[in-house]
Design a protein around this ligand. Structure first.
Ligand code: HEC
Length: 390
């Protein structure tokens, strides 16, 4: 990859993104801020009632929970119809739509069951906030009136997730660290601990983009006796990737094509690391994903062929982050990739990934229907666009 003047256009990129944000803040602030404030208030009301299954059992018939869930679902529905993002990141509209669907479903299931599904949908509502707020390192931390309670009274991991959703990264990181060092939590919820480790490292590598912080955090996790051995193995890989990152000269990414080439290198490094320990390549995947998000936001005028490739890679990176608990929606990027460059080789690849990533619809799966009509239509539309013949 070409390396030219260090820093120069990286800073240019940041300035472009910052300008887009400022313009957004002025234009649509009032309505959007109201929706966000409503979301934050409702989420803070819902979370403590659903985080603990025992408390949930006591409250699930009560008016307070159902009214809080109704407010959450209403606000999610407003968000969906409000084109909420300051850039054309295709994932945001997708996240908004998915969020609305899931909250509407939670509201229905809270009335007639299965109640545990309703509880889980509500307990993970904050993942949608994270998916939008933490796509890039930009955006303000949210304090005070925006997130009134800071999650006091929530169990440690739920509290950490709420702080993450509010972009209060230092506080979230401290919470994740405390949770990771808690042997009791590790014994009861090994999977959730893995997710906590990934989210902690996402704060260092994605939100803060800080190789030294990433390295020290990863090394600490790798040395924690409370953490399952598999997570320690991954964390050793993260520390190694961060050490390499620390020594790298600043990359010059003047164009989307530069970023695509750089991201490909990072994803290849992640593959190599994953062969040593599964998940060990995540830091490189996070770096690739952050870089691609940045360049897609800032360079809306890039040639469609380059954008389509960047979208494909962003989707592939998201595919690797999703299962380990970093919210994002790969299919949103594959969908956008096909639309950006219809009738092309990259479009066909994206269509195939899109189709493979679709899950059978739970409501309609009576043993016969695999996909809901909506999903079926989306798949067929993209197959057409990508040049696939029927
Ligand atoms: C579809 C994308 C999306 C989702 C989902 C989303 N947000 Fe936001 N949120 C934004 C954007 C865009 C902004 C404004 C710019 C920024 O800060 O990034 C914002 C800003 C905010 C703010 C600050 C508002 C202000 O007055 O400055 C709060 C509070 C907030 N969101 C709460 C939430 C909560 C709570 C959730 C989840 C229950 C959530 N948001 C889900 C996109 C989203």
């Amino acid at each position: 990859m070409q390396r030219m003047r260090p820093f120069g256009s990286c800073l240019g990129l940041v300035a472009l993104v910052a300008a887009a944000h400022a313009a957004f803040a002025q234009d649509r602030a009032p309505a959007h801020r109201q929706t966000m404030a409503a979301l934050a208030a409702a989420l803070e009301d819902v979370l403590p009632r659903v985080a603990d299954p025992v408390r949930f059992e006591k409250e699930r018939d009560g008016n307070e929970l159902s009214s809080a869930v109704e407010r959450l679902a209403r606000a999610a529905s407003r968000l969906k119809s409000a084109t909420p993002v300051p850039d054309d990141d295709p994932a945001a509209a997708y996240v908004a739509r998915r969020f609305d669907q899931r909250m509407a479903r939670a509201e229905r299931l809270l009335k007639r069951g299965p109640y545990e599904t309703a509880r889980q949908l509500l307990a993970t509502a904050g993942d949608h906030c994270i998916a939008c707020h933490s796509r890039t390192p930009h955006g303000q931390e949210m304090y005070g009136a925006l997130f009134a309670t800071s999650g006091e009274g929530l169990p440690p991991l739920e509290r950490a997730d709420l702080l993450f959703a509010a972009r209060r990264y230092d506080a979230a990181l401290a919470q994740y660290r405390a949770a990771l060092a808690d042997p009791e939590l590790a014994r009861r919820h090994p999977h959730r601990l893995e997710r906590a480790a990934v989210r902690a490292v996402a704060i260092a590598a994605r939100a803060r983009r800080d190789p030294a912080l990433t390295r020290t955090l990863a090394a600490d996790v790798a040395g924690l006796a409370s953490v399952p051995a598999a997570v320690r193995g991954q964390a050793a890989g993260w520390a190694k990737a961060a050490a390499t990152w620390e020594k790298e000269p600043p990359a010059e990414l003047a164009t989307v094509a530069d970023a695509v080439a750089f991201a490909r290198g990072l994803l290849a490094a992640a593959d190599t690391a994953d062969r040593v320990a599964k998940g060990a390549g995540l830091v490189d995947v996070m770096r690739a994903s952050t870089m691609l998000h940045e360049v897609l936001r800032a360079r809306g005028d890039a040639p469609p062929a380059d954008r389509a490739e960047a979208l494909e890679l962003t989707g592939l990176a998201a595919e690797r982050l999703m299962p380990v608990g970093f919210p994002g929606l790969p299919e949103a990027y594959f969908d956008a990739c096909v639309r950006t460059l219809p009738d092309s080789a990259v479009g066909k690849r994206c269509y195939e990934r899109f189709a493979a990533s679709q899950k059978p619809d739970e409501n309609d799966a009576k043993g016969r229907t695999i996909f809901s009509p909506d999903v079926q239509r989306a798949i067929e539309e993209l197959r057409h666009l990508s040049g696939g013949r029927f």
